[in-house]
Design a protein around this ligand. Structure first.
Ligand code: PLP
Length: 366
Protein backbone atom coordinates (compact mmCIF):
# COMPACT_ATOMS: atom_id res chain seq x y z
CA UNK A 1 0.00 0.00 0.00
CA UNK A 2 1.41 3.36 -1.02
CA UNK A 3 1.13 6.10 1.61
CA UNK A 4 -1.04 9.04 0.67
CA UNK A 5 0.99 11.86 -0.77
CA UNK A 6 0.36 15.27 -2.27
CA UNK A 7 1.70 14.61 -5.75
CA UNK A 8 4.21 17.18 -7.11
CA UNK A 9 3.00 19.86 -4.75
CA UNK A 10 0.52 20.21 -1.95
CA UNK A 11 -3.20 19.60 -2.09
CA UNK A 12 -6.04 17.36 -1.10
CA UNK A 13 -4.84 13.88 -0.32
CA UNK A 14 -6.11 12.44 -3.58
CA UNK A 15 -5.99 15.24 -6.09
CA UNK A 16 -7.21 13.06 -8.95
CA UNK A 17 -10.36 11.28 -7.69
CA UNK A 18 -12.17 10.98 -11.04
CA UNK A 19 -9.15 9.61 -12.86
CA UNK A 20 -8.30 7.11 -10.14
CA UNK A 21 -11.94 5.99 -9.88
CA UNK A 22 -11.97 5.35 -13.63
CA UNK A 23 -8.88 3.16 -13.24
CA UNK A 24 -10.76 1.03 -10.71
CA UNK A 25 -13.72 0.41 -13.06
CA UNK A 26 -14.10 -2.95 -14.83
CA UNK A 27 -11.77 -3.07 -17.82
CA UNK A 28 -13.16 -2.58 -21.33
CA UNK A 29 -11.76 -4.57 -24.23
CA UNK A 30 -10.01 -2.48 -26.84
CA UNK A 31 -12.47 -3.60 -29.54
CA UNK A 32 -15.57 -3.11 -27.40
CA UNK A 33 -17.93 -0.58 -29.03
CA UNK A 34 -18.26 1.05 -25.61
CA UNK A 35 -14.51 1.67 -25.63
CA UNK A 36 -14.70 3.17 -29.13
CA UNK A 37 -17.26 5.61 -27.80
CA UNK A 38 -14.96 6.50 -24.89
CA UNK A 39 -12.07 7.01 -27.32
CA UNK A 40 -14.14 9.20 -29.66
CA UNK A 41 -15.31 11.37 -26.79
CA UNK A 42 -11.76 11.58 -25.46
CA UNK A 43 -10.51 12.81 -28.85
CA UNK A 44 -13.34 15.37 -28.98
CA UNK A 45 -12.53 16.66 -25.51
CA UNK A 46 -8.83 16.79 -26.38
CA UNK A 47 -9.70 19.01 -29.35
CA UNK A 48 -11.33 21.40 -26.90
CA UNK A 49 -8.38 21.57 -24.49
CA UNK A 50 -5.93 21.96 -27.40
CA UNK A 51 -8.07 24.67 -28.98
CA UNK A 52 -8.09 22.89 -32.31
CA UNK A 53 -10.38 21.51 -34.95
CA UNK A 54 -7.72 19.06 -36.13
CA UNK A 55 -9.31 15.73 -36.96
CA UNK A 56 -5.98 14.08 -36.11
CA UNK A 57 -6.09 14.67 -32.36
CA UNK A 58 -5.63 11.64 -30.17
CA UNK A 59 -3.94 10.26 -27.05
CA UNK A 60 -0.77 8.46 -28.13
CA UNK A 61 -0.14 5.33 -26.05
CA UNK A 62 3.04 6.46 -24.31
CA UNK A 63 4.34 9.36 -22.22
CA UNK A 64 4.89 12.96 -23.30
CA UNK A 65 8.34 12.21 -24.69
CA UNK A 66 6.74 9.87 -27.22
CA UNK A 67 4.68 12.84 -28.37
CA UNK A 68 7.95 14.68 -28.94
CA UNK A 69 9.35 11.71 -30.87
CA UNK A 70 6.18 11.44 -32.94
CA UNK A 71 6.34 15.14 -33.84
CA UNK A 72 9.86 14.91 -35.24
CA UNK A 73 10.04 11.37 -36.57
CA UNK A 74 7.03 12.02 -38.79
CA UNK A 75 8.07 15.39 -40.16
CA UNK A 76 11.87 15.63 -40.32
CA UNK A 77 13.21 14.70 -43.75
CA UNK A 78 16.97 14.04 -43.84
CA UNK A 79 18.88 17.33 -43.69
CA UNK A 80 15.84 19.48 -42.87
CA UNK A 81 16.69 22.54 -40.84
CA UNK A 82 14.94 22.47 -37.47
CA UNK A 83 15.23 25.60 -35.35
CA UNK A 84 14.74 24.77 -31.68
CA UNK A 85 14.28 27.38 -28.96
CA UNK A 86 16.21 26.05 -25.98
CA UNK A 87 15.41 27.68 -22.63
CA UNK A 88 15.50 24.58 -20.45
CA UNK A 89 15.76 20.82 -20.27
CA UNK A 90 12.85 19.99 -22.56
CA UNK A 91 14.02 22.30 -25.35
CA UNK A 92 17.37 20.54 -25.05
CA UNK A 93 15.62 17.19 -25.38
CA UNK A 94 13.95 18.41 -28.58
CA UNK A 95 17.35 19.13 -30.14
CA UNK A 96 18.48 15.58 -29.37
CA UNK A 97 15.32 13.97 -30.74
CA UNK A 98 15.31 16.11 -33.92
CA UNK A 99 19.01 15.39 -34.54
CA UNK A 100 18.40 11.63 -34.20
CA UNK A 101 15.73 12.00 -36.90
CA UNK A 102 18.37 13.40 -39.26
CA UNK A 103 17.67 17.12 -38.83
CA UNK A 104 20.24 19.86 -39.15
CA UNK A 105 19.43 21.39 -35.78
CA UNK A 106 19.84 25.10 -35.15
CA UNK A 107 19.60 25.44 -31.37
CA UNK A 108 18.82 28.95 -30.16
CA UNK A 109 20.14 28.93 -26.62
CA UNK A 110 18.70 31.07 -23.83
CA UNK A 111 19.68 31.62 -20.26
CA UNK A 112 17.56 29.28 -18.10
CA UNK A 113 14.74 31.11 -16.38
CA UNK A 114 14.15 33.38 -19.39
CA UNK A 115 11.31 33.06 -21.93
CA UNK A 116 11.96 32.29 -25.57
CA UNK A 117 13.24 35.34 -27.46
CA UNK A 118 10.87 35.16 -30.42
CA UNK A 119 12.80 37.57 -32.66
CA UNK A 120 16.05 35.68 -32.18
CA UNK A 121 14.38 32.34 -32.90
CA UNK A 122 12.69 33.63 -36.06
CA UNK A 123 15.94 35.19 -37.26
CA UNK A 124 18.00 32.05 -36.63
CA UNK A 125 17.49 30.69 -40.17
CA UNK A 126 15.99 31.98 -43.45
CA UNK A 127 13.87 28.97 -44.33
CA UNK A 128 13.65 26.31 -41.62
CA UNK A 129 11.40 23.32 -42.23
CA UNK A 130 10.37 23.35 -38.57
CA UNK A 131 10.46 25.75 -35.65
CA UNK A 132 10.02 24.11 -32.26
CA UNK A 133 9.51 25.51 -28.77
CA UNK A 134 8.26 24.54 -25.34
CA UNK A 135 5.21 26.50 -24.23
CA UNK A 136 5.68 25.87 -20.50
CA UNK A 137 9.26 24.89 -19.55
CA UNK A 138 8.86 22.60 -16.58
CA UNK A 139 12.56 22.76 -15.78
CA UNK A 140 12.46 26.51 -15.16
CA UNK A 141 8.81 27.48 -14.60
CA UNK A 142 8.75 29.77 -17.64
CA UNK A 143 5.98 30.49 -20.16
CA UNK A 144 6.86 31.45 -23.75
CA UNK A 145 4.85 33.23 -26.41
CA UNK A 146 3.79 30.55 -28.88
CA UNK A 147 1.32 32.87 -30.64
CA UNK A 148 4.16 35.21 -31.60
CA UNK A 149 6.20 32.31 -32.98
CA UNK A 150 3.17 31.17 -34.96
CA UNK A 151 2.61 34.65 -36.35
CA UNK A 152 6.20 34.85 -37.63
CA UNK A 153 6.88 31.24 -38.65
CA UNK A 154 6.42 31.81 -42.41
CA UNK A 155 6.35 28.50 -44.27
CA UNK A 156 7.87 26.51 -41.40
CA UNK A 157 5.87 24.04 -39.35
CA UNK A 158 5.51 25.02 -35.71
CA UNK A 159 5.99 22.20 -33.19
CA UNK A 160 4.86 23.02 -29.65
CA UNK A 161 5.45 21.15 -26.41
CA UNK A 162 2.38 21.67 -24.23
CA UNK A 163 3.10 19.00 -21.61
CA UNK A 164 2.89 21.43 -18.69
CA UNK A 165 0.60 24.02 -20.27
CA UNK A 166 -2.38 21.96 -21.44
CA UNK A 167 -5.44 22.60 -19.24
CA UNK A 168 -3.36 24.87 -16.99
CA UNK A 169 -2.85 28.08 -18.95
CA UNK A 170 -4.31 29.54 -22.12
CA UNK A 171 -3.58 27.32 -25.12
CA UNK A 172 -5.12 27.95 -28.54
CA UNK A 173 -3.37 25.72 -31.03
CA UNK A 174 -5.31 26.76 -34.15
CA UNK A 175 -5.43 30.49 -33.40
CA UNK A 176 -1.72 30.52 -32.61
CA UNK A 177 -0.60 28.63 -35.72
CA UNK A 178 0.56 25.47 -33.97
CA UNK A 179 0.93 22.75 -36.63
CA UNK A 180 1.91 19.93 -34.29
CA UNK A 181 1.43 19.77 -30.54
CA UNK A 182 2.10 17.13 -27.93
CA UNK A 183 1.33 16.99 -24.22
CA UNK A 184 1.24 14.65 -21.24
CA UNK A 185 -1.55 13.53 -18.94
CA UNK A 186 0.25 13.86 -15.62
CA UNK A 187 0.36 17.60 -15.19
CA UNK A 188 -2.64 19.97 -15.29
CA UNK A 189 -4.91 17.34 -16.87
CA UNK A 190 -4.66 15.59 -13.51
CA UNK A 191 -4.42 12.03 -14.79
CA UNK A 192 -1.73 9.40 -14.20
CA UNK A 193 1.30 9.55 -16.52
CA UNK A 194 1.20 7.30 -19.56
CA UNK A 195 -0.54 9.00 -22.49
CA UNK A 196 0.55 11.77 -24.85
CA UNK A 197 -2.33 13.92 -26.10
CA UNK A 198 -1.25 14.79 -29.64
CA UNK A 199 -2.55 16.96 -32.46
CA UNK A 200 -1.41 17.55 -36.04
CA UNK A 201 -3.06 19.69 -38.71
CA UNK A 202 -3.52 18.85 -42.40
CA UNK A 203 -0.61 21.06 -43.52
CA UNK A 204 1.86 19.17 -41.31
CA UNK A 205 0.30 15.79 -42.04
CA UNK A 206 0.69 16.32 -45.79
CA UNK A 207 4.38 17.15 -45.38
CA UNK A 208 5.15 14.06 -43.33
CA UNK A 209 7.83 11.50 -44.05
CA UNK A 210 6.35 8.69 -46.10
CA UNK A 211 7.85 5.86 -44.10
CA UNK A 212 9.15 7.17 -40.78
CA UNK A 213 11.85 5.18 -39.02
CA UNK A 214 9.41 4.45 -36.14
CA UNK A 215 6.67 1.95 -36.97
CA UNK A 216 4.83 2.52 -33.69
CA UNK A 217 4.68 6.31 -33.96
CA UNK A 218 3.97 6.46 -37.72
CA UNK A 219 1.02 8.86 -37.76
CA UNK A 220 0.00 7.62 -41.18
CA UNK A 221 -1.16 4.41 -39.51
CA UNK A 222 -2.80 5.89 -36.45
CA UNK A 223 -6.00 7.05 -38.15
CA UNK A 224 -7.02 3.41 -38.13
CA UNK A 225 -6.11 3.12 -34.45
CA UNK A 226 -8.65 5.74 -33.34
CA UNK A 227 -10.96 4.65 -36.12
CA UNK A 228 -11.45 8.28 -37.29
CA UNK A 229 -14.56 8.33 -35.09
CA UNK A 230 -15.22 4.60 -35.28
CA UNK A 231 -18.33 4.74 -33.19
CA UNK A 232 -19.78 7.21 -35.71
CA UNK A 233 -19.31 4.81 -38.58
CA UNK A 234 -15.62 5.37 -39.43
CA UNK A 235 -13.30 2.47 -40.21
CA UNK A 236 -11.30 1.03 -37.35
CA UNK A 237 -8.34 -1.21 -38.03
CA UNK A 238 -6.06 -2.89 -35.51
CA UNK A 239 -2.80 -1.01 -34.95
CA UNK A 240 -1.89 -1.76 -31.34
CA UNK A 241 -3.90 -2.71 -28.26
CA UNK A 242 -5.19 0.51 -26.77
CA UNK A 243 -4.45 1.05 -23.06
CA UNK A 244 -8.16 1.12 -22.35
CA UNK A 245 -7.96 1.87 -18.62
CA UNK A 246 -5.68 4.84 -19.23
CA UNK A 247 -7.93 6.22 -21.94
CA UNK A 248 -10.96 5.84 -19.63
CA UNK A 249 -9.03 7.65 -16.93
CA UNK A 250 -8.14 10.50 -19.30
CA UNK A 251 -11.80 10.64 -20.36
CA UNK A 252 -12.78 11.09 -16.70
CA UNK A 253 -10.17 13.79 -16.12
CA UNK A 254 -11.20 15.71 -19.25
CA UNK A 255 -14.88 15.46 -18.35
CA UNK A 256 -14.16 17.02 -14.97
CA UNK A 257 -12.18 19.86 -16.56
CA UNK A 258 -14.84 20.65 -19.14
CA UNK A 259 -17.58 20.46 -16.50
CA UNK A 260 -15.75 23.15 -14.55
CA UNK A 261 -15.08 25.08 -17.79
CA UNK A 262 -11.70 25.36 -19.49
CA UNK A 263 -11.34 29.10 -18.96
CA UNK A 264 -12.39 28.74 -15.31
CA UNK A 265 -9.68 26.10 -14.92
CA UNK A 266 -7.05 28.46 -16.39
CA UNK A 267 -8.24 31.23 -14.04
CA UNK A 268 -8.04 28.91 -11.05
CA UNK A 269 -4.45 27.95 -11.91
CA UNK A 270 -3.50 31.61 -12.34
CA UNK A 271 -5.03 32.62 -9.00
CA UNK A 272 -3.32 29.81 -7.11
CA UNK A 273 0.05 30.51 -8.74
CA UNK A 274 -0.21 34.24 -8.05
CA UNK A 275 -1.03 33.59 -4.40
CA UNK A 276 1.77 31.10 -3.97
CA UNK A 277 4.32 33.37 -5.59
CA UNK A 278 3.26 36.37 -3.52
CA UNK A 279 3.41 34.24 -0.36
CA UNK A 280 6.88 32.94 -1.14
CA UNK A 281 8.17 36.45 -1.74
CA UNK A 282 6.53 37.61 1.48
CA UNK A 283 8.56 34.89 3.24
CA UNK A 284 11.70 36.47 1.82
CA UNK A 285 12.29 33.82 -0.83
CA UNK A 286 13.40 34.75 -4.34
CA UNK A 287 11.67 33.38 -7.42
CA UNK A 288 13.80 31.96 -10.23
CA UNK A 289 11.73 32.48 -13.41
CA UNK A 290 11.81 35.89 -15.06
CA UNK A 291 9.07 38.23 -13.89
CA UNK A 292 6.28 38.51 -16.46
CA UNK A 293 6.89 34.96 -17.75
CA UNK A 294 6.18 32.93 -14.63
CA UNK A 295 3.95 29.91 -14.93
CA UNK A 296 1.22 29.74 -12.30
CA UNK A 297 1.18 25.94 -12.30
CA UNK A 298 4.90 25.49 -11.73
CA UNK A 299 6.77 27.91 -9.49
CA UNK A 300 10.55 27.93 -9.29
CA UNK A 301 12.21 29.24 -6.14
CA UNK A 302 15.87 29.90 -5.42
CA UNK A 303 17.08 27.80 -2.50
CA UNK A 304 18.25 30.27 0.17
CA UNK A 305 21.96 30.39 0.85
CA UNK A 306 23.06 27.89 3.48
CA UNK A 307 19.93 25.73 3.18
CA UNK A 308 20.27 22.06 2.26
CA UNK A 309 17.85 21.72 -0.66
CA UNK A 310 17.50 17.95 -0.48
CA UNK A 311 16.96 17.95 3.30
CA UNK A 312 14.11 20.45 2.98
CA UNK A 313 12.44 18.38 0.26
CA UNK A 314 12.83 15.23 2.34
CA UNK A 315 11.29 16.87 5.41
CA UNK A 316 8.39 18.29 3.42
CA UNK A 317 7.66 14.80 2.18
CA UNK A 318 8.18 12.94 5.45
CA UNK A 319 6.57 15.38 7.89
CA UNK A 320 3.94 17.01 5.69
CA UNK A 321 3.37 14.51 2.85
CA UNK A 322 4.19 17.22 0.31
CA UNK A 323 6.41 16.52 -2.67
CA UNK A 324 8.19 19.40 -4.33
CA UNK A 325 10.73 19.00 -7.09
CA UNK A 326 14.45 19.68 -7.12
CA UNK A 327 15.76 21.98 -9.83
CA UNK A 328 16.79 20.57 -13.19
CA UNK A 329 20.22 20.34 -14.81
CA UNK A 330 22.75 22.81 -13.41
CA UNK A 331 20.11 24.08 -10.95
CA UNK A 332 19.48 20.70 -9.32
CA UNK A 333 20.47 21.84 -5.83
CA UNK A 334 19.87 25.59 -6.10
CA UNK A 335 16.24 25.72 -7.24
CA UNK A 336 13.00 24.13 -6.00
CA UNK A 337 10.01 23.52 -8.25
CA UNK A 338 6.55 23.66 -6.71
CA UNK A 339 3.65 22.38 -8.78
CA UNK A 340 0.05 23.51 -8.34
CA UNK A 341 -1.53 21.51 -11.11
CA UNK A 342 -5.02 20.26 -11.79
CA UNK A 343 -6.98 20.00 -8.55
CA UNK A 344 -3.93 21.09 -6.58
CA UNK A 345 -4.38 24.62 -7.94
CA UNK A 346 -6.47 25.65 -4.93
CA UNK A 347 -6.17 28.27 -2.18
CA UNK A 348 -6.02 25.64 0.59
CA UNK A 349 -3.10 23.94 -1.16
CA UNK A 350 -1.30 27.28 -1.37
CA UNK A 351 -1.70 27.84 2.36
CA UNK A 352 -0.60 24.30 3.10
CA UNK A 353 2.65 24.53 1.15
CA UNK A 354 3.48 27.99 2.50
CA UNK A 355 2.91 26.88 6.09
CA UNK A 356 4.86 23.65 5.63
CA UNK A 357 7.76 25.41 3.94
CA UNK A 358 7.85 28.02 6.69
CA UNK A 359 7.89 25.27 9.28
CA UNK A 360 10.65 23.28 7.60
CA UNK A 361 12.76 26.33 6.74
CA UNK A 362 12.42 27.60 10.31
CA UNK A 363 13.85 24.29 11.47
CA UNK A 364 16.56 24.05 8.86
CA UNK A 365 17.73 27.62 9.42
CA UNK A 366 18.01 26.71 13.06
N1 PLP B 1 8.16 18.21 -22.07
C1 PLP B 1 7.92 18.83 -20.90
C2 PLP B 1 7.76 20.32 -20.88
C3 PLP B 1 7.85 18.08 -19.72
O1 PLP B 1 7.63 18.69 -18.54
C4 PLP B 1 8.00 16.68 -19.78
C5 PLP B 1 7.94 15.88 -18.56
O2 PLP B 1 7.76 16.34 -17.47
C6 PLP B 1 8.24 16.10 -21.02
C7 PLP B 1 8.31 16.89 -22.15
C8 PLP B 1 8.40 14.63 -21.14
O3 PLP B 1 7.24 13.97 -20.77
P1 PLP B 1 7.26 12.50 -20.14
O4 PLP B 1 8.12 12.57 -18.91
O5 PLP B 1 5.82 12.26 -19.85
O6 PLP B 1 7.82 11.60 -21.17
Amino acid sequence: MIRERHLFGPGPSNPYPEATRALAEPLLGHLDPEFLRVMDETCDMLRTVWGTENSRTLPLSATGSAGMEAAFVNTVHPGDVVVVAVNGLFGQRMTDVAARCGAEVVAVEHEWGQPVDVERVLAAHDSPAIIAAVHAETSTGVRSDIAALGAGKGDALLVTDAVTSIAGIELRADDWGVDIGYAGTQKCLGVAPGLAPFTINDRAFERRVEKPQSWYLDLGMLGGYVGEAASKGGQRTYHHTAPTAMVASLHAGLTRILDEGLEAVWTRHQAAGDELQAGLEAMGLELFAAEGSRLPELTTVKVPEGVDSAAVRRELLERHGIEIGAGAGAYASTVWRIGLMGRNARPDAVLLVLAALQDVLGTSRG
